[in-house]
Design a protein around this ligand. Structure first.
Ligand SMILES: [Zn+2]
Length: 301
């Protein structure tokens, strides 16, 4: 190779022909090198960027795959949840139905109790209509309806219990128990007087037994008379309220005093034959609104 300042000469020497001479500018190799370097650097960069980009793509793809997996998992969970919810719903419906049945049973029981206690239905209405529309309402709506029905029922039962208690309180003041054990020797109404042999109205019933037999208050009340009372002998009169008064005559002994409060069935005297009496017996009267009535129409057997 031959060189001068501006040109580079390349001699090609073949073996068979004459020598050829090619001249190139002296800057050419440098320029070529620069271009080559630039291309190399560019290519390297390009490859690097490409690889990087590809890696990113793979990474992204993997992330997306993971996301898809997560979503699928979530979906499966949701499906499971849906299945569970459906099962819960069915359970709830069953419970609703059970509550409904129980409520109806309570209703039936209540009506029977009302009948037994002789109470006019306090539940206002009486007709049992508690059907819950299953297909139109959601479980929470059903539960709301049930809780409303239950609080209604609670109020109804509270009123019912109050009525039953009032009824029991009232029944305590009704003279409906036999005031003494023994044989009924004379009933209420017209009879021949044992002394005068004339027809006379008997204002009560006579119960005969041995002397000293317990005489019991026929109902709860207050003693308004306890003492001797002419032909009635040793007598007790009890005011029960509600228009009822009872009278117990011919006693041997009195065990309560005027003003004393007595309970139904409490022993208040001992059977005797005091006053105008033919033998040991209790003469028992019930007055309703100050009129004597047949005691056997009030007494429960
Ligand atoms: Zn009598």
């Amino acid at each position: 190779m031959n060189r001068n300042k501006s040109k580079i000469s390349i001699l090609i020497v073949p073996h068979t022909q004459k020598v050829k001479r090619i001249s190139i500018p002296s800057w050419f190799p440098k320029a070529a090198l620069a271009v080559f370097s630039a291309i190399t650097v560019s290519l390297t960069l390009y490859i690097k960027i490409s690889l990087n980009y590809q890696a990113n793509l793979i990474k992204e793809a993997n992330e997306k795959l993971a996301l898809i997996n997560d979503l699928e998992e979530e979906n499966r969970n949701k499906e499971q949840k849906l299945i569970n919810l459906e099962a819960e719903n069915r359970q709830l419906m069953k419970k609703t139905e059970e509550v409904e049945n129980k409520l109806n049973e309570i209703d039936v029981l209540q009506r029977r109790l009302e009948k037994l206690a002789g109470i006019d239905s306090p539940s206002r209405g009486g007709a049992i209509d508690r059907s819950i529309e299953f297909d139109v309402s959601t479980p929470s709506e059903e539960m709301e309806i049930i809780s409303e029905i239950l609080s209604d029922k609670k109020l109804e039962l509270e009123v019912f219990i109050e009525d039953v208690e009032a009824q029991f309180e009232y029944l305590k003041t009704v003279p409906d128990i036999m005031p003494a054990s023994g044989r009924i020797t004379s009933k209420f109404g017209n009879r021949r007087d044992p002394f005068t042999r004339r027809i006379q109205f008997h204002l009560g019933i006579d119960i005969a037994n041995s002397s000293g037999t317990n005489i019991k208050a026929a109902a709860k009340g207050t003693v308004i008379f306890a003492g001797r009372n002419g032909g009635y002998g040793r007598t007790i009169i009890i005011d029960h309220g509600n228009g009822y008064k009872t009278l117990y005559a011919h006693n041997r002994e009195l065990l309560v005093k005027k003003g004393e409060k007595v309970e139904k069935g409490q022993v208040i005297a001992k059977m005797g034959s005091s006053g105008r009496s033919t033998g040991v017996h209790l003469h028992f009267e019930i007055h309703k609104n100050n009129k004597p009535i047949d005691p056997l129409s009030v007494i429960n057997n």
